[in-house]
Design a protein around this ligand. Structure first.
Ligand code: TRP
Length: 369
């Protein structure tokens, strides 16, 4: 038998994994789609083992008093994922329920010993979310106070990511990719500082994670606020029926100085135009206008908001139609089995990672007989 070169020198094939996730607190919306989901769907076609995490424990950090909401959201998010075309029937795609992975809390405990607190304290995403909780703009939750679990969720997210580290010794080509919305990038920076501390203190166990951010890092809300967000009530959900989408688009905020069709408009400050930019390329149904022509017609007062919105509604419904169809089919699928299988695979990896961690931290105590 001829041994390949890689087998002879003890190396293995590169291990390339993706880990990413979402906190299940409700249905997903267009901001999730352009910020992350679309990129996930593309990545599953590539040569990665993909783990998509339903971060229900993280959802508990703000919704502990509402387990039934979380259960409903786990199901809705699973349907949204299937709807956009993530495909757990492929051998490289796994849906994972965070609370079912018993290895995660253990890894989180160990990693919290080398996670820099100063980083968590400065974390801009965490700060923003804490402010929202204190102001009670976090919807659907009775929680009026920040919990300890919430403050520490970035560290638990480090564990979510690094449970999937390719095993050491790392080979050229190994990868741990975390495709996320822009707001998650500080958590990945924390991950890598924690990884460096661990590897320096013990042995090299963990591979650093690489962030990848979606095409449209932050989608404006239908009301023109900086971010599409359920708690702000300015979202178009992936599961919204056609009439609802058309109605929401009809009510969208536009340039307040453009009162009638003939008034010159400012596309750069108009969320309707921003959506044409973000979604137009998807639809093939932009009417007769390309983006530049649309902006120009708006500026010249040739194109009125009513017509522009109608065209957007058509484009969005075109994009959402196949998603709605797949979602409806997914309602009849055995979702539990999908979640159990994906979770089981992630636990196999978790057991291996933890064994390397415990060994590196000397927790076997070989001197004790
Ligand atoms: N924080 C993410 C959110 O709010 C969810 C999440 C949990 C996550 N663990 C993760 C994202 C690990 C990326 C990687 O939706």
């Amino acid at each position: 038998m001829i041994l390949s070169k890689s087998l002879m020198n003890g190396s293995r094939k590169p291990i390339r994994r993706i880990l990413t996730g979402v906190r299940p607190t409700g249905k997903l919306h267009l901001g999730h789609y352009v910020g992350a989901l679309k990129m996930w769907v593309d990545l599953q076609e590539e040569d990665y083992d993909c783990f998509f995490l339903l971060a229900d424990v993280q959802a508990l950090t703000t919704h502990a008093e509402n387990p039934s909401l979380i259960e409903a959201a786990v199901r809705e998010v699973t349907l949204d994922w299937l709807g956009v075309g993530l495909d757990p029937h492929r051998s490289n795609v796994h849906f994972v329920v965070q609370s079912w992975v018993r290895e995660l809390p253990e890894l989180y405990t160990y990693l919290s010993m080398v996670a820099p607190f100063s980083d968590v304290r400065r974390n801009p995403t965490l700060k923003e979310e804490m402010a929202a909780i204190e102001k009670k703009t976090v919807s659907l939750s009775e929680a009026s106070k920040t919990t300890l679990g919430f403050i520490d969720y970035p560290v638990s997210q480090v564990a979510d990511i690094e449970l999937f580290t390719p095993p050491a010794p790392h080979q050229k080509g190994d990868a741990l990719l975390v495709p996320v919305g822009e707001d998650q990038v500080p958590h990945i920076e924390l991950t890598n500082r924690t990884v460096r501390n661990f590897n320096r203190t013990y042995n090299e166990v963990f591979l650093e994670a690489s962030a990848r951010v979606g095409e449209v890092p932050r989608l404006v809300g239908t009301d023109g606020q900086a971010k599409m967000s359920k708690s702000l009530g300015n979202v178009i959900q992936l599961a919204d029926p056609e009439e609802v989408v058309t109605k929401k688009v009809g009510q969208m905020f536009t340039d307040p100085r453009k009162l009638r069709q003939g008034d010159p408009g400012r596309p750069d400050i108009c969320p309707v135009y921003t959506y044409h930019q973000a979604f137009g390329s998807e639809s093939n149904l932009l009417g007769s206008r390309d983006l530049q022509a649309r902006a120009e017609a708006c500026r010249q007062g040739e194109l009125g908001c009513v017509e522009c919105k109608k065209e957007l509604a058509v484009a969005l419904n075109n994009l959402l139609d196949p998603i709605r169809d797949r979602r409806a089919k997914a309602e009849k699928m055995a979702l539990r089995k999908i979640l159990e299988e994906g979770t089981a695979r992630s636990r196999e990896i978790g057991v291996q990672t933890l064994s390397a961690v415990r060994q590196a931290m000397h927790l076997g105590y070989p001197q004790i007989h």
